[in-house]
Ligand binder design. Sequence first.
Ligand SMILES: [Zn+2]
Length: 266
Amino acid sequence: MIHESVDGFVLRTDDYKDNNRYLSVLTADKGRITLLAKGSRSLKGEQMAISQPFVYGNFEYYKRGDFNILKGGVCHRSFHGVSEDLTKYYLACYLCELMLEMTDEGEEAYELFRLTLNAMHALEKDLFPLSLIKGAVELRAAALSGYTPDLSGCAFCGKHNADPFYLHVMNGQLICADCLKRIGTHRYAHSDEEVRAAETIVMLSPAVTAAVRYCIDAPLNRLFLFSLEDSTDLTAFARLAQTYILSHLGRGFHSLAFYESLDTPC
Ligand SMILES: [Zn+2]
């Protein structure tokens, strides 16, 4: 029997057949792993403490056939504080759903793991506006998963700064207002259908352009250390980030729908 031990963060728990619980755990080295906590109703002490959502801990398990059976572990930190506020709770759930979607079993996820822990810490401690945290995580997660926009400048004339820029959400290219006027929205978007598809081409003010560039390139431990003074810019930034990730993933999320129903900025 092979015994394993790994640090991880619980993205989701699913109760199964009355007395078992599956844990979806995000780890740095092994990506996402699934652990089975058997007899979850009678789990005691440490095992119970680490079989909860939003827990960062060390998990000890052994492999039996296709299953990883949880043996024990240690809770390093529980971010249960995010559950004290419904808006924060649904945002935390959404970010966890996002990581479930963007990680694979056995594929290292070092940066997504760090990103998730940093986001949970920032959410729990109210360190930054929720829409800033959400947008920064969405953009960085997209970039880490291979959907990196090319933000170096206008894809047509090379201009580094423009007021405004436009971002083609699907091909990740910037285009300046002059080039867009010259080329024409319909030709740039390739088809009428793409133009009609919600927000295929999104306008970026200079402040939003700078914020998006920052989120892609900043060191992970400084990711949230930017601000958008103008609330219009913050809303536009948050909307763009959400549109960008959802368009590339081609799906929505239940927890995001709940979050949005709470009348949040984005
Ligand atoms: Zn241009």
